[in-house]
Design a protein around this ligand. Sequence first.
Ligand SMILES: *Cc1c(COP(=O)(O)O)cnc(C)c1O
Length: 377
Amino acid sequence: MPVPFVDLQAQYRSIKAEVDAAIQRVLDTSAFILGREVEAFERAFAEYVGAGECVGVSNGTAAIQLALQACGVGPGDEVIVPANTFFATAEAVSTAGATPVFVDCDPVTYNLDPNKIEEVITERTRAVIPVHLYGQPADLDAVFEAAERHNLLVFEDAAQAHGARYKGGRVGARGVAGCFSFYPGKNLGAYGEGGAVVTDDAEGARRLRMLRDHGSEQKYRHELVGYNFRLEGIQGAVLNVKLKHLDDWNALRRQHAARYRELLAPLADSGALALPFEADYAEHVYHLFVIQTEERDSLQRYLSAAGVQTGIHYPVPVHLQPAYAALSHREGDFPNAEAQAQRVLSLPMFAELNGHQLKYVADALADFYAEAAAAAG
Ligand SMILES: *Cc1c(COP(=O)(O)O)cnc(C)c1O
């Protein structure tokens, strides 16, 4: 039975009538860039997250870059980011003109280790970006405690955690800005590129709106040099439809995670693999269901031959990427992030996953370890 890693077609089929009608409204009004559908989505998403304002932008990377720039973070500044994240977190710091400074992650939650923040603070440090990796909120109380002690701004990278809660509140709403990606495979995904910044700072939101649209508030009057980082009308319309389903989809992801846990418990108990850890402060939304195992590469090949698509998030930590060679990091600098890169494997995870598929994936994992044990004699 082939089991895809994500199935965007299945999701589209489940909301086709609503989505088609929403896209048709954009076609009928030709409001292709920003416009009413985007504004309606911005209001709905701000309310959903529990923030005062939402500014739709062209993608999640642009969201992080603009959030930093709207707060005046730029050349000469250092911004602390986890070494184990998607490259874009650090990249956006660089394109804002600042320098990313890496810290290691907690080996159990995979999120930035708040105890490591103080070790890398210099007089140039302006901000820290906790990433809610795989859909699990970072330990925000501990991050804010360190940030407040040293006057750092906190920007949340919530690109993988739409709707996740930290001690009851949705992620993204607590930092000076929360940055989201609507890349199609994310928990809330557009039908193309999309992103947003949420904030309680009305003046910051005004600067974000200018920065995303050529530094302009009023047509052909440019207050500053900005960017063309606008959200498209069709994406706003699609996102508005999909936002209404997000809580249901996240609940299904959590159910699937619980089922994986049940099915994989014997392998976890025997020490063959480690299941994701859910911190007691976190409501994880399982953007990814990530296991750890010493046999990661051979397991991935075995599952692939059985028709099960998996992913590795991420095979090379950011501090060891060629793009950051100039920062002169070397292997051993962030041992937890490096070990994670060797051992993690993401299993199929999406709301429309069914019971047969879950069972098939778990059985394939059990077969792999049984065959490995038999071969070891
Ligand atoms: C997806 C992602 C981004 C970037 O979002 P894009 O919309 O692809 O630009 C940033 N940070 C993290 C953690 C992500 O997963």
